[in-house]
Design a protein around this ligand. Structure first.
Ligand code: UDX
Length: 441
């Protein structure tokens, strides 16, 4: 394959994109400004937990035994500029500290470093999630003869490899036929087989990403709002979600009620979207997202109150609380804006003795919340507990033996913050099982 590809930023998005491009046969050079990340990736190690990614690196990172050698990593912008025909910008756009708006400093820095070294005739492709209007501004930073395209990414953590190699759709915001042609060439691989390719302008491409994430967040908060009403009325939100989900127009996915959404994307994306709409004078259009956000945050507080009730209704002082799950979702070690850790942290601050266990998120959780207690196993976390909170729906937790846990817990009370455990199994083993939006027994 003739096109040479660079990937700038090697987080979830960049590392996966780089490895996927190598898998498809391209020569790829990945850049990160953090030398430790480059060292790890060059040794075939993934700086985060992402199923399947390490296997992909093993197949392609240059210098590893038996690899294709098509994937290399560097910290040198000069090398990137000289190497690439197509440069994918995959850097992070976190929420600004203390503000709703998104922090564009990594994207701006990437374009600032790339502009002086990029070769004439090459194509720069933005993949980061940015406020609408960014692409038009960033295009101005590139030298003449270098074009920009915007190609948002929809991958989910935990499914990053699968989502990158088999995307639901490809979206390309372009300003010329040439840019479209180059992108089609990049994706004229097994990736594009069966994937719709939507070609559009810059603002629409940027908006597709933020509106998709807003829709998903809205769906989750909708079902969580129904959970609140179910609790008040004695209904069962799990049955309700099943029943409405049979309608194809509604669909079954993203209707799991519980402690709500977290992570590095949905929460900050809806906030950045509101902030940007405000700048554009369209804030009224997105006021509903404020409600989506507050329903979501309310879930965490509600779980704390359920836990308080479970330990007697008063203070958490002297109470032992086992927390199963630290990551914002299963199959990830990401604890950014994790509802599970937020709940654990609130209870800890109120005097509870919290012990957390998570299959993959322990290191990151310890860094973020060093004062919480941690155990090496679920059993260890539950030992002596007055209440058990199930806050991230790892498969390991579904496969736990309630009888074995019951033998070591001080009280057999479990609160299922993800509606993912089997109530019958737990109740049969003598547990009081409570879930969010479901009748108490
Ligand atoms: C999301 C989008 O799904 C993805 O397309 C985009 O590219 C990045 O943002 P991700 O953050 O990896 O992906 O997680 P996702 O699987 O969407 O889950 C987000 C949060 O919603 C998690 O905390 C999850 O537990 C929660 N969730 C999800 C629910 O509470 N209920 C559901 O029914 C589904």
């Amino acid at each position: 394959m003739s096109l040479k590809i660079t990937v700038i930023g090697t987080g979830y998005l960049g590392a996966t994109h780089a490895a996927a491009m190598a898998e498809l046969g391209f020569e790829v050079l990945g850049l990160d400004v953090v030398p430790e990340k480059i060292e790890m990736l060059s040794a075939g190690k993934v700086p985060m937990y992402e199923p399947g990614l390490e296997e992909l690196l093993a197949r392609h990172v240059a210098g590893l035994p038996g690899s294709s050698g098509r994937l290399r990593f560097t910290t040198s912008w000069e090398e990137v500029g000289a190497f690439g025909d197509v440069h994918f910008v995959c850097v992070n756009t976190p929420q600004k500290h203390g503000e709703y708006a998104c922090d564009m400093s990594y994207v701006d820095a990437a374009f600032g470093s790339l502009a002086p070294v990029v070769r004439e005739g090459s194509l720069v492709v933005g993949k980061s999630t940015v406020p609408v209007g960014s692409a038009a501004r960033l295009a101005e930073l590139l030298p003449e003869g270098v074009e920009l395209a915007w190609n948002p990414e929809f991958l989910r953590e935990g499914f990053a490899v699968q989502d990158t190699l088999h995307p639901d759709r490809l979206v390309a915001g372009v300003r010329s036929e040439r840019a479209e042609k180059v992108l089609r060439e990049v994706y004229a691989t097994p990736i594009a087989e069966g994937s719709p390719f939507v070609v559009t302008d810059f603002p629409t491409a940027e908006l597709v990403k933020t509106s998709a994430n807003s829709f998903l967040a809205t769906k989750i908060s909708f079902i969580n709002a129904m959970a609140e009403v179910c609790e008040a009325a004695g209904g069962d939100v799990v049955k309700l979600a099943e029943a409405i989900g049979y309608d194809d127009r509604i669909g079954k996915k993203f209707l799991r009620a519980g402690i709500g959404f977290g992570g590095g994307c949905l929460p900050k994306d809806i906030r950045a979207f509101m902030a940007r709409a405000g700048e554009l004078g369209a804030d009224q259009a997105l006021t509903f997202l404020r409600e989506v956000d507050s329903i979501n945050m309310r879930r965490r507080g509600h779980m704390v109150e359920l836990a308080r009730e479970a330990v007697g209704g008063g203070s958490f002082l002297g109470k032992r609380v086992a927390v199963l799950g630290a990551t914002f979702k299963p199959d990830s070690d990401d604890v950014r804006d994790s509802p599970a850790l937020n709940v654990a942290g609130q209870i800890h601050l109120q005097g509870g003795q919290v012990t957390v266990y998570d299959p993959k998120g322990m290191d990151n959780a310890r860094k973020l919340f060093p004062t919480l207690g941690y155990a090496d196993t679920a059993l260890g976390a539950v030992r002596g507990a007055d209440v058990v909170l199930h806050l991230t729906e790892w498969r390991e937790f579904r496969e736990l033996d309630p009888a074995a846990l019951g033998a070591v817990a001080a009280e057999r009370v479990i609160l299922d913050g993800r509606n993912a455990l089997d109530p019958v199994l737990w109740r049969e083993a003598g547990w009081t099982y409570r879930a969010m939006g479901r009748p108490a027994a």
